[in-house]
Design a binder for this molecule. Structure first.
Ligand SMILES: C[S@@+](CC[C@H](N)C(=O)[O-])C[C@H]1O[C@@H](n2cnc3c(N)ncnc32)[C@H](O)[C@@H]1O
Length: 267
């Protein structure tokens, strides 16, 4: 954890929450999504806006810093660091796809990191899109961000121009998405990746064993597959590189922040 993250976690304890607006979920009317601003008295630097909700026994949230000088966002630390490790010069990152967007935390990180990167987001909840447009992406910062209302599992089969970064984040509280590990989906992701590219899977609902099987089963379609562990939250990562010599520098940079559990290098 960086010093800035440590400070942010301390300040989050002193934050005062203000409800901005509540929305009823269009797919499940028993679920309410709340937009909540959490502000620290006399210290606006770490003020956050969160999209919070309870589904069944699970409480979830998506969050962004309101301050545009904070490039790294308060959630998905591992995803942001893995992206930076693969694209140390953000100027080379020109296209990114985020499957599952909610409060658009990763699109915000990307928009703040590279002003030229074309970002596409896919989200199937109409309510999430309404909330994002009203409270999370209503800023000129998102001039290169397109948020599409679509099902990620059908969208991937219609991609014609490959992406350099793909982030798969399709879990919503208790809802599991078993299709993310299917042959059909991985094949579509692989075909949608540029020559030098990375696909990061949020494997929140998978055990470490399942992640290992998932990564090893598909490694041969890529240059390498990895299982990273950020405080027992696993990420399965597939990369394509033009030369195997690029793998070690990527791994070294990533390991400054995240534990590498396993690597599977394609023969
Ligand atoms: C954990 S949230 C995503 C957070 C987001 N990546 C961010 O950067 O803040 C997961 C999102 O995936 C969406 N989702 C789940 N299944 C989906 C599908 N099949 N197609 C598109 N979106 C989906 C959910 O509605 C939810 O908003």
């Amino acid at each position: 954890m960086s010093f800035l993250d440590f400070l942010a976690s301390q300040f989050s304890k002193a934050q005062k929450a203000t409800l901005v607006e509540s929305f009823q979920d269009d797919l499940d009317p028993s679920v309410m999504f709340k937009v909540v601003d959490r502000k620290t008295p006399f210290l606006p630097l770490f003020d956050v806006r969160r999209l919070e909700f309870q589904r069944g026994s699970s409480y979830s949230y998506s969050a962004i810093y309101l301050n545009k000088h904070l490039r790294l966002q308060p959630i998905y630390f591992a995803v942001q660091r893995l992206t930076e490790s693969f694209f140390p010069k953000f100027s080379s990152l020109e296209s990114a796809l985020v499957l599952g967007c909610a409060g658009c935390s990763i699109p915000r990180f990307l928009a703040l990191s590279s002003k030229d990167c074309k970002i596409t987001g896919v989200e199937y909840s109409k309510t999430m899109i309404e909330i994002a447009r009203k409270y999370f992406i209503n800023d000129p910062l998102y001039k290169n961000f397109t948020l599409l209302h679509d099902d990620a599992f059908s969208y991937v089969h219609r991609i014609t121009v490959p992406f350099q970064l793909i982030y798969v984040d399709l879990f919503l509280a208790e809802n599991n998405c078993p299709q993310i590990t299917s042959m059909e989906f991985i094949h579509a992701i692989c075909s949608s990746m540029a020559e030098e590219s990375i696909a990061i899977f949020n494997a929140l609902c998978l055990s470490k064993d399942d992640c290992m099987k998932f990564a090893s089963r598909h490694a041969s379609s890529f240059s390498a597959a990895y299982v990273f562990d950020h405080q027992f939250h696993y990420y399965v990562v597939f990369v394509k590189v033009s030369s195997a010599s690029k793998l070690k520098p990527f791994e070294k940079r990533a390991m400054n922040f995240i534990r590498l559990d396993e690597r599977f290098i394609a023969p």
